[in-house]
Ligand binder design. Structure first.
Ligand code: AMP
Length: 486
């Protein structure tokens, strides 16, 4: 069984319903989408397991390519369209992709030593005249998706995700978070190469519309307009995208039903503002490419009447996933004790592509070591502190930047805040806060003193115009640290 089965089932049940939409315009029905994917597969040449890279802004063709690749028993290697052509070339080389499908803009910049075909171009159109293949009967353990991590702490690595991994993710999403049907829509605000694309399978299975904004990117007004137009809208959005929706000042669109946020910290203050603006539509996920979208989470109802400890947590274990916090020696941490978050289940990758050292360091005794630090409280909620590499150790005390950031962000003069450790002769490391905003350091100190321990206060504030972020919108703490040692 493969992920193609999901499209097969949707086409059988919802054949003539609209499947793909570009903006408000219908592109094709479920029966047509299935046919297009099978013909694409018929046009491919190569052994099962061949890697095919897709580098494009969000476009409707990404969906048919994804299912066409699976119908051919090939492996989907999506590349974030915001990466530099050199970074794209690294991923093509590392994955050993035999062919790249790229949007016109990206195709013009790519020189990678393997054929680069323009999506929507002449040769691409020809492929839809090939004979369709018969839907395959693939081993669920076969590789389906090479997920290149965002590389905030180092070079990007390819997490190997099988059909089984993504099926476990699909089932957990439908069990925990959302109940779409053929009168629902998935609006692709975030890149389809990552979070938003991973959500295609559960929504395809239920026959929900796939809606791709015409801009191919995230434009808050366009996104909100689409949620006025299409029925029962759900979307995955990064926390910064949610902030941008709130900043429009617009009310909740008529058909906005679910916003899944995650992939980076959502500060409690910002979450409350988002709930005030749009109501109880929010769902939180905590996951990583290595356990796609599925480690812990908070459902819509968990957000209602929740206290700050719950809103500031990443929720509890997702269906079918075991989650634990362990000490350095691998023994289980006590309730409230901070350790490394580990998880186990069918969602966990089989390893990193061509990287046995990284695999051995990350998969141990059957558990995925996430590199994230956290603790469980006595109600079973997991609170994520920081990536282990981001913890500041000052005078022997561990300081978790997220805790300081949560408080800084509450100050009206702070738009964004990021806390890192700077080397210090006396203390080993000291806390430094980078601030985007107009607040005065003395005011910030006073504000922090009313809420957190004195030793956690930044020794220094650095005011900057914007925080350095990677192409996924994640703050690059290593760059901030480097600025301090220059
Ligand atoms: P990636 O594999 O690129 O998606 O990055 C995954 C990392 O993003 C995780 O290991 C966490 O450090 C962070 N992350 C994911 N979800 C959340 C969340 N809900 N809150 C805070 N950080 C998160």
């Amino acid at each position: 069984m493969t992920l193609f089965t999901l499209l097969d089932q949707a086409a059988a049940r919802f054949g003539e319903w609209g499947a793909l939409y570009h903006g408000e315009q219908q592109v094709c029905t479920w029966a047509e989408l299935r046919e297009r994917a099978l013909r694409l597969a018929g046009s491919f040449r190569g052994e099962p397991g061949t890697r095919i890279a897709v580098a494009s802004e969000n476009r409707p063709e990404i969906v048919e390519l994804m299912f066409g690749i699976w119908a051919a028993e090939f492996v989907h290697v999506p590349i974030n369209y915001k990466l530099h052509p050199r970074e794209m070339a690294d991923i093509v080389a590392d994955s050993g992709a035999a062919h790249v499908f790229a949007s016109p803009k990206i195709a013009a910049q790519l020189d990678v030593g393997v054929p680069v075909e323009t999506i929507g171009g002449e040769s691409y159109a020809q492929r839809h005249h090939a004979d369709p293949v018969t839907p395959p009967d693939t081993d669920p353990a076969a590789l389906a998706w090479l997920f290149y991590t965002s590389g905030t702490t180092g070079r990007s690595k390819g997490a190997m995700l099988s059909h089984r991994n993504l099926m476990a993710m699909t089932v957990a999403h439908l069990a925990d978070f959302d109940a779409p049907d053929a009168n629902s829509s998935l609006v692709h605000g975030a890149p389809m190469s990552h979070g938003s694309g991973l959500y295609i399978p559960p929504y395809v299975l239920r026959g929900a519309r796939q809606v791709i904004p015409e801009s191919g990117a995230f434009d808050p007004d366009e996104f909100l307009d689409l949620c006025e137009h299409h029925p029962g809208c759900s979307a995955f959005l990064a926390p910064t995208m949610v902030q941008r929706l709130v900043a429009t000042g617009r009310p909740r669109p008529r058909h906005l039903r679910t916003v899944v946020y995650g992939g980076g910290p959502m500060y409690v203050d910002r979450l409350k503002k988002a709930m005030t603006a749009f109501g109880p539509v929010f769902v939180q996920l905590y996951g990583q490419g290595e356990a796609p979208m599925t480690i812990t989470g908070l459902r819509r109802t968990d957000h209602l009447d929740a206290d700050d400890a719950v809103l500031g947590s990443v929720g509890y274990a997702r269906s079918g996933v075991a989650v634990a916090v362990v000490r350095e020696d691998g023994s289980p941490a006590a309730t409230g004790e901070i350790g490394e978050i580990v998880c186990r289940g069918d969602v966990v990758m089989s390893g990193y592509w061509n990287n046995p050292e990284a695999t051995a360091a990350t998969l141990r005794r059957g558990w995925l070591y996430t590199g994230d630090m956290g603790s469980f409280d006595d109600r079973g909620y997991l609170t994520l502190r920081d990536r282990s590499k981001d913890v500041v150790i000052s005078g022997g005390s561990n300081i978790y930047p997220r805790e300081v950031e949560e408080v800084l962000i509450e100050h009206p003069g702070v738009a964004e805040a990021c806390v890192v450790g700077a080397p210090d002769e006396e203390w080993g490391e000291v806390v430094v806060a980078f601030i985007v905003g107009t607040a005065d350091p003395t005011e910030l100190d006073a504000h922090l003193l009313t809420r957190i321990a004195r030793f956690k206060r930044p020794k220094r504030y650095e005011f900057i115009d914007e925080l350095p972020k990677n192409s996924y919108g994640k703050v690059l703490k290593r760059e901030l640290r480097a600025q301090l040692t220059r």
